[in-house]
Design a protein around this ligand. Sequence first.
Ligand code: FE2
Ligand code: FE2
Length: 273
Amino acid sequence: MGRWSLQDIPWDRFDRIQLDPEIVKIVKAASLVEYNGGAYAHHLCRIFHDDPEFQQAARRWGEEEIQHGRALGRWAELADREFDFEAAFGRFQAGYQVDFDAEFSRRGSRSGEMIARCMVEIGTSSYYTALCDAAAEPVLKEICRNIAADEFRHYKLFRANLLRCLRREQIGFWRRLRIALGRIVEAGDDELAYAYYAANETARSYDRRRCMRSYAGRALALYRERHVEHSVALIFKAIGLRPHNHLSHAASRLAWALIRYRAYCWRGDLTMC
Ligand SMILES: [Fe+2]
Ligand SMILES: [Fe+2]
């Protein structure tokens, strides 16, 4: 298991006065995606079927992701007394389905799968850091601080395995870049949108575009430039580029401008959701 447990969280310090209802909505959605971590661990074990050492690390990683879901779900149940974590997870699983039994990575290679996993962990590490910085409620702050540290460790785990895979597979720079960018774009697919729906919108029918904007509009508003700079440096390292130079600073400024633009455009939609 991880380096912390639910017993380490100071639940008795929960302070309802400090709640931000916008943050509660996105935490509910995040809890469902995290709690699904076991399915991704299963998929990694299928892809690395002849590598028991990595399989063990992947199962441990999956348990930590599930714990993230439990911690966020328990907090969300405290914050919103009408939220039923297990029922919402049931709705999420019923509506969002991916072939977790596939033996081959959709990225075309094991290295490609590790690049994609690095992108996810960079994204979650920066997201929970941003959430920790933005939240005023002390229990959520503590949960996010723990999760962000785990996500950074997960990035290092997958990057170490990526370097190992690259010794056997020939993946050129442009292919690595394409996989990395592709995975970042995929953040706009159904998973987060459907989790937002299953957690928050049981009375309406599912509309991917509306739910994605509802989720991402609230999530992107949490980011500050320092979170983006750190993420871009890690992305550069994952695809084999030096992390701190003119190119990475330019990419960081571009990413920050895009995030601010999207957060600005989607802010108007949030009043209707
Ligand atoms: Fe996680
Ligand atoms: Fe993670």
